[in-house]
Design a protein around this ligand. Structure first.
Ligand SMILES: Cc1cc2nc3c(=O)[nH]c(=O)nc-3n(C[C@H](O)[C@H](O)[C@H](O)COP(=O)(O)OP(=O)(O)OC[C@H]3O[C@@H](n4cnc5c(N)ncnc54)[C@H](O)[C@@H]3O)c2cc1C
Length: 385
C-alpha cells in the first residue's frame, strides 16, 4: 500500500470531509484519518442535533453532491428578550434565510461521497500515536496506533475544538470559557413553527427552536449556565423547566429525545499553521452557537484553502510553502476573529442582568426591527452574504 500522500487530513467531520472532497476533485492524493468508524450511517429519524447553514455553505455542499435531502428551509427568524420588551423579526413568507440540517444527515451524505474515491484513502478507527514535522526535503510523518506510517508534505488538523494535533504542534489558543453548556434535543411543538427559527434570550441563556420538518418538530439548542443540574432531572422536570423558560409562544414543548450536553467555549488559534500542521474549522476557531455561525465559518475556511492548495498543485509549488500557508491565515483569521468577537459581545449583552444593558438590548432589538436598512443588513449577515 502506498503511504505517501500530497496531504493528510486528520478529522472526517464536516470540514475535514468537505476539504477532502474538494481537493480530490483537483487531483490531490489524500489520506483521511478519523478515530470514528466511517461512513457515518444515515439516520431514519428526525435529527436531534443540527446546524443552521447559510446560502454559501449550501451552494458549496451542493457542488460537492453532499447536500442532504432532508434539509429544512427556514423563512424567518423571531428573536426576543424575555427580560425586556425587545423583539426582532426577519424574513418574509416564501423567502429562504437558510437551512436547518441534521449533523448526522450531513455527515452521512459527505461520507457516502468519500467512499470509493480513488484519490482518497480512508483510515478510520485510528488514533494518532506519533507525529513528526516535515524537515527540509523530508516529508511530515504521522504514525497511527495500528502501526501504519503515513507521509505527506502537509498535515491538516480538522480534528475539532480539542485538536490533539494543534496541541502537539504547539499552536496556542486564546480561550474564553462561557461557563455554559448547550443542551440539545428533538422537540415536538403544540403549535406549528411555520418554518421560522425562534430564539428567546432568557435570564439563564438563549433557547433556540429550529424547524426540522414542515410542521411541529424542531431541534432545541438550550444554552445555559453551568451548575443548574438539568441533566440530572427527570424528563418531566426538564420539560417543565424548558416550558417555563421559553414561554407560551409555540404552545407546549415536549422532548422527543434525551437532552445531550456540550460545554461551550470560545477559542481562537493564535496562528493557523506551524511546523507543517495547518488548522481548519473548529480546530482553529470555536464560537457560541447562538447565531449558528461555527461551521459556516469552517466551510469558508475550506473554500479558501482548497482554492489556494489547488492553485499551488497546478503551479507545481510545494504545499507546505510558508507564504502559501500565511496567505490562508491572512484570508481567514480576521474574518473568524470578527465573528468570534461579535458572538462574545452578543453573549455578554444578552446574558447581562444589569438594568442598563437590559434597556440597551431592548431598544437595540426594537430599533433594528423598525429600520428597514438595518434589518436588511442583519438578514444578509444571517444568510452569509
Ligand atoms: C450546540 C451546537 C450548535 C451548533 N449550531 C451551529 C449552527 O447552527 N450553525 C453552524 O454553522 N455551526 C453550529 N455549530 C458549530 C458546528 O457544530 C461546528 O462548527 C462543526 O461541527 C465543526 O466541524 P469540524 O469538522 O471542524 O469539527 P468536528 O465536528 O469536531 O469534527 C472533528 C472530527 O475529528 C475527529 N477526531 C478528533 N480527534 C481526533 C484524533 N485525535 N484522531 C482522529 N480523529 C479525530 C472526530 O472524530 C471528528 O470526526 C454548533 C455547535 C454546537 C455545539
Amino acid at each position: 500500500m502506498n503511504n505517501h500522500f500530497d496531504l493528510i487530513i486528520v478529522g472526517a467531520g464536516m470540514t475535514g470531509s468537505s476539504l477532502a472532497l474538494a481537493l480530490a476533485k483537483q487531483g490531490l492524493n489524500l489520506a483521511l484519518v478519523d478515530r470514528m468508524a466511517l461512513p457515518c450511517p444515515a439516520s431514519q429519524s428526525l435529527p436531534n442535533s443540527v446546524v443552521a447553514l447559510n446560502a454559501q455553505s449550501r451552494t458549496w455542499l451542493q457542488e460537492q453532491n453532499s447536500w442532504p435531502v432532508r434539509a429544512t428551509a427556514y423563512q424567518g427568524m423571531r428573536v426576543w428578550d424575555q427580560q425586556s420588551l425587545g423583539l426582532i423579526e426577519f424574513g418574509e413568507p416564501g423567502s429562504t434565510l437558510g437551512h436547518i440540517v441534521g449533523n448526522q444527515d450531513l455527515l452521512a451524505c459527505q461520507h457516502q461521497q468519500l467512499q470509493g474515491h480513488k484519490q482518497i484513502q480512508i483510515f478510520d478507527l485510528c488514533q494518532i500515536r506519533h507525529w513528526r514535522a516535515a524537515q527540509g526535503s523530508q516529508p511530515a510523518m504521522l504514525e497511527l496506533d495500528s502501526g501504519e506510517q503515513l507521509q505527506a508534505t502537509l498535515i491538516v488538523a480538522a480534528d475539532g475544538k480539542h485538536s490533539q494535533l494543534r496541541q502537539q504542534a504547539g499552536i496556542e489558543i486564546k480561550q474564553t470559557d462561557y461557563q455554559q453548556q448547550a443542551l440539545t434535543a428533538l422537540v415536538a411543538l403544540e403549535r406549528p413553527h411555520q418554518q421560522i427559527c425562534h430564539q428567546a434570550f432568557t435570564e439563564q441563556g438563549p433557547i433556540a427552536i429550529l424547524p426540522v420538518d414542515q410542521g411541529h418538530h424542531a431541534a432545541l439548542v438550550w444554552s445555559q449556565d453551568l451548575g443548574l443540574g438539568r441533566m440530572q432531572l427527570t424528563k418531566e422536570q426538564q420539560e417543565a423547566e424548558l416550558n417555563q423558560a421559553f414561554g407560551p409562544q409555540l404552545g407546549r414543548i415536549s422532548l422527543q429525545s434525551p437532552l445531550q450536553s456540550t460545554p461551550l467555549v470560545a477559542q481562537h488559534a493564535k496562528r493557523y499553521h506551524h511546523q507543517g500542521v495547518l488548522l481548519l474549522g473548529d480546530a482553529a476557531h470555536s464560537i457560541h452557537p447562538l447565531a449558528g455561525q461555527g461551521v459556516n465559518l469552517g466551510f469558508a475556511d475550506v473554500r479558501t484553502l482548497s482554492q489556494l492548495l489547488g492553485q499551488a498543485k497546478q503551479a507545481g509549488c510545494t504545499l507546505n510553502d510558508e507564504q502559501l500557508l500565511d496567505r490562508y491565515q491572512r484570508q481567514r483569521q480576521l474574518d473568524n476573529a470578527l465573528t468570534l468577537q461579535l458572538m462574545t459581545g452578543f453573549k455578554q449583552l444578552f446574558g447581562s442582568h444589569n438594568p442598563y444593558w437590559r434597556s440597551v438590548r431592548s431598544s437595540g432589538l426594537n430599533l433594528v426591527n423598525q429600520q428597514g436598512w438595518l434589518k436588511t443588513w442583519f438578514t444578509g449577515l444571517a444568510q452569509g452574504r
